[in-house]
Ligand binder design. Sequence first.
Ligand code: SF4
Ligand code: SF4
Length: 337
Amino acid sequence: MKTEFTEDQLRDPGIARSNEILRACVHCGFCTATCPTYQVLGDELDSPRGRIYLIKEMLETGRDPDPKTVKHIDRCLSCLACMTTCPSGVHYMHLVDHAREYIEARYRRPPFERLLRWTLAHILPYPTRFRLALLGAKAARPLAFLMPDARLRAMLEMAPKRIPPVSRNDDPQSFAPRGARRMRVALMTGCAQRALNTDINDATIRLLTRLGCEVVVARGAGCCGALTHHMGRTGESHAAAAKNIRAWGAEMAGDGLDAVVINTSGCGTTVKDYGHMFRGDPLAGEAAQVAAMAMDVTELLTRLDLPEGPPRGLRVAYHAACSLQHGQRSPPRPRRS
Ligand code: SF4
Ligand code: SF4
């Protein structure tokens, strides 16, 4: 795709990167075949190719985003199926991340939307706040039908019936391996998961220690920054990511680490992108090191050669998350056949 950024615009590293990405697109439209929003809505502007055009026009003209552009970018699910499909290697993720940051900085959303986004950004990444919000939502669920806004109604209706107690396994500490130590790994315990599904981290720790890993929950690590990153709130997302980089960097410099393990694939996609997020930043070196060490728990289990147990006659459904398939391009793992 031909682009027409000026020399001055290209001095901005964000524009320079987006220019590279835009130039790789040959507008073939293959990506439209796997884009869920295009498949459902049938509007070219809700396809990757349509969004790429909107972003190109917005960035090239340097104009403030208009409501139409914002609507179609907002509708993108960031599933990244388009990246897997694209034969030209267009890095749509970096492009849409840049567009969201641009929109967040220059577009004034209606007051209710601003309040909603502020609330999400200030509650979800903080386990204690999120837990309190879930308790409130659980109590208010019977009154969901009174909510004037469909999004609020949906959020209340989704509130879980049971909120698990706090797991002390998520506190900073180290879990000794069973038997001889094969690896020392840091587990990202995350944010929303610590309020919603504490059993996931608990089970990860049990499994990895059984397979000979010392599992460290590093002091100072927390939310990966993905939620605010996808909202274009760069300051907040980078602050969260920087805490992780410093916390895991301290472990690397101390007793050493063989991996940073992540059991939520959306977060893994973001941590693996820390090198890009922090390019040109004083933390760039450490960020790239962390990104290189990040792996999904299923990748680590393959490396540890998880033994197959006896057949149990169970028939289970496996959800191959988009972030794992397309964001991390994790090969057939954890599927083996
Ligand atoms: S498949 Fe790739 S090159 Fe083709 S239109 Fe989509 S993003 Fe552009
Ligand atoms: S990330 Fe997903 S929803 Fe967004 S344009 Fe690509 S395929 Fe469509």
